[in-house]
Design a protein around this ligand. Structure first.
Ligand code: GDD
Length: 333
């Protein structure tokens, strides 16, 4: 039985990945913060259904000794390093902690594995934010980076560290360059979940409007469930390499709104308001990925469409409010 270590297991991707690895017969271990262990009711909502089957270890990405301690006492075949401060807007507010957690956390993981378990395969959660002010469309593995936020910069550093450990020490270290991926488990501050949860609330008469920033930003949105399969496949290859994971389709935030509101039987226009304070100091205007390499080498294919993703998110948000699964006629304004 293979044994995997996941960091960030309480997040959207970590929870889907834990499920996927468990379904494949893995023994799954995870690093979690001590504060999370003290508050399982709130911190483990996404992994509640698999918690009995996951071995949790208390450690902090800000503490090398705590990571060293866990890695020195358990042998792992694979390590999926997903934990990070992942909200781009927050990285503008506090670039220092984003840098500390994202860069040092990755470095600590790599250094501990090199020291204690150099044969453990390592996955780094890279991001399409590394492409930032894009140099070509669509973006592929060879596209150069131009990050536009402290978050993007921290991911470029993590990507470089991962590649350096592969090249300098011969370790099996890879990065997934994952484009935006969403689901009903997405945090509420990310634009997709903010839209689907608020559309559901507006439909139920529980919110009057939805305040957003830049409606013209374009993203390549896939489903997290599809994307964690790609992470797993990357660690099963004969040689370590980096891969873009994307749908190849791009849509504006406005289009996402249009579709999500239509899902609850409403026209988005009277409800969506723009607050310029929600604009970012430097925006990534357009992201669209070319996942040809992942499709050809990993045999990866996404199962969800853009429409299917939104339908699932809106339905789950309606369900959480106790609303009908199939919305009735629109409420008159
Ligand atoms: N969050 C948010 N809130 N975004 C808004 C809003 C708003 O009210 N209004 C417009 N947007 C725009 C942002 O300016 C951005 O262009 C786009 O919606 C998507 O924002 P997010 O959902 O916050 O995601 P992100 O693209 O910045 O980053 C996500 O994807 C990356 C991969 O490309 C995160 O998951 C990152 O961790 C990930 O690496």
């Amino acid at each position: 039985m293979k044994r995997a270590l996941i960091t960030g297991v309480t997040g959207q991707d970590g929870s889907y990945l834990a499920e996927h690895l468990l379904s494949l017969g893995y023994e799954v271990h995870a690093l979690v913060r001590r504060v999370a262990l003290e508050d399982p009711a709130h911190r483990f909502t996404r992994i509640r259904h698999v918690m009995e089957r996951v071995t949790l270890h208390a450690a902090s990405l800000e503490s090398y000794p705590s990571i060293f301690h866990v890695v020195s006492r358990n042998e792992f075949d694979e390590c999926y390093h997903l934990a990070a401060q992942s909200f781009v807007a927050e990285s503008f507010a506090d670039g220092f902690s984003t840098m500390n957690t994202n860069i040092n956390g990755t470095h600590y993981m790599l250094a501990a594995l090199r020291e204690l378990q150099p044969r453990c395969r390592f996955y780094f959660a890279g991001s399409s934010e590394m492409f930032g002010k894009v140099r070509e469309v669509p973006q592929r593995e060879t596209t150069s980076f131009h990050p536009r936020s402290p978050y993007g910069i921290s991911k470029v550093a993590g990507f470089d560290l991962t590649r350096n450990y592969r090249e300098a020490y011969g370790m099996f270290c890879v990065s997934g360059m994952l484009f935006n991926h969403e689901s009903p488990r997405r945090g509420y501050e990310f634009v997709t979940r903010k839209i689907t949860s608020t559309a559901a609330k507006i439909r139920a008469g529980l919110a009057p409007e939805l305040w957003l920033g830049n409606l013209d930003a374009k993203r390549d949105w896939g489903h997290a469930k599809d994307y964690v399969r790609a992470m797993y496949l990357m660690l099963q290859q004969p040689e370590p390499d980096d891969y873009v994971v994307a749908t190849g389709e791009t849509h504006t935030v406005r289009e996402f709104c249009e579709r999500a509101f239509a899902e609850v039987g409403l026209d988005y226009q009277p409800y969506v308001r723009v607050d310029e304070r929600l604009y970012r100091p430097a925006e990534v205007d357009l992201l669209v990925g070319d996942a040809t390499k992942a499709r050809e080498v990993l045999g990866w294919e996404p199962e969800y469409s853009f429409e299917g993703l939104i339908t699932e998110m809106v339905r789950e948000d309606l369900k959480a409010l106790g609303g009908a699964e199939t919305p009735a006629a629109p409420r008159a304004l």
